[in-house]
Ligand binder design. Structure first.
Ligand SMILES: [Fe+2]
Length: 345
């Protein structure tokens, strides 16, 4: 396990401020949003759809403290982009949006260094304010939207969104979720793709390595993985990048890639300051300075792909290496039940 202290040179201009929101492309956005509200303590906050003049795509935005998730589905038959995405990946994360400063500089730098810009900078505005956005391609079909506030935004979410149309009567009766912000978002890669992807973040987004771990440290009796965590200069955005490593049986990272149809977001970790309220079977990791507590959900859709983590930190900035073994053994049990803990080849 390696912790890096060299943040590299401070970028001359531009800044990644924080995770802004995560967009999921799903078969039924209305129902998916309700699942996260009822199970995880989110609340509907904004909406875009037929009623607001959005004729192609519906978006349900839910919120918990600083965490914003957006669920999107196609409204019309024949939406090839969203249809093919759904056919290939199933329900999952399409885009991780970052709030930035000096978007034009960041996009120019990313382009110079070989990043694919999916959508050149454009402006979104309504009577509540004005933002500039751009979209870059990262691993697989996943993208990053960069968002810069050109004026303080006073609306519910972003320009173009209205109040939610659905009222969930169950929500006021449920206990609060106590989740506060996105701690990290992990991307699974196929064999030998971890280093090129982490290099992409370092080159194109001016991130640096924060932490890494190899398969000698993360393995069970059967399977293994490697991981590199990259982060922005201010270290407010943490993006661990995983790849499978050879073992006796198929790595859980490979199982993910098989079912996701290639690389994609494996889990989203949500930070809380009160994990005990949340659940049982808490995993603990520590060093001489502090500790962290973690809980992992099972996959949140039928495919064994995306799952969630709840994490509470006490002066500990690792990613639970000491817990990986027990987590992986739990996942392997499920992997075996799915008929996927097969011999490595
Ligand atoms: Fe994690």
């Amino acid at each position: 396990q390696t912790t890096y202290t060299d943040k590299g040179e401070k970028p001359e201009k531009g800044k990644f401020v924080k995770f802004h929101h995560v967009t999921f492309w799903v078969g039924n956005a209305k129902q998916a949003a309700v699942f996260y509200c009822d199970k995880m303590g989110f609340e509907p906050v904004a909406y875009k759809g037929l009623e607001t003049g959005s004729r192609e795509v519906v978006s349900h935005v839910i919120k918990q403290d600083k965490i914003l998730f957006v669920f999107e589905s196609a409204l019309n038959p024949g939406n090839e982009e969203m249809g093919e995405h759904l056919m290939k990946h199933g329900d999952g994360v399409k885009d991780i949006a970052f709030q930035v400063e000096d978007l034009e500089f960041l996009i120019k730098k990313a382009k110079e260094r070989g990043a694919v810009v999916v959508k050149e900078p454009w402006i979104e505005q309504d009577s509540y304010g004005k933002v500039k956005c751009a979209v870059v391609q990262t691993y697989g079909d996943t993208t990053h939207t960069l968002i810069e506030y050109l004026s303080p935004y006073k609306g519910l979410f972003l320009p173009g969104y209205n109040a939610p149309v659905v009222k969930d009567c169950l929500l006021p009766k449920l206990p609060p979720g106590l989740l506060n912000f996105i701690d990290h978002i992990v991307g699974n890669q196929p064999d030998d793709a971890m280093v090129p992807v982490s290099d992409w973040y370092q080159n194109c987004l001016l991130f640096h390595r924060f932490w890494s771990i190899d398969d000698k440290q993360i393995h069970t009796q059967y399977s293994a993985l490697r991981s590199i965590v990259v982060t922005n200069y201010e270290e407010t955005i943490k993006m661990p990048i995983n790849e499978p490593a050879p073992g006796v049986k198929k790595s859980q990272i490979q199982e993910y890639c098989d079912y996701n149809g290639g690389p994609g977001v494996q889990h989203i970790a949500l930070n809380t300051s009160d994990i005990i309220q949340a659940e049982l079977k808490i995993l603990v990791d520590f060093d001489d300075k502090g500790y962290l507590l973690q809980i992992f959900t099972k996959p949140v859709q039928d495919r064994p792909t995306l799952f969630l983590e709840v994490i509470q930190r006490h002066n500990h900035f690792g990613f639970g290496a000491g817990n990986f073994k027990s987590l992986f053994e739990a996942i392997e049990k499920d992997q075996d039940a799915r008929g996927n803990l097969t011999v490595y080849n």
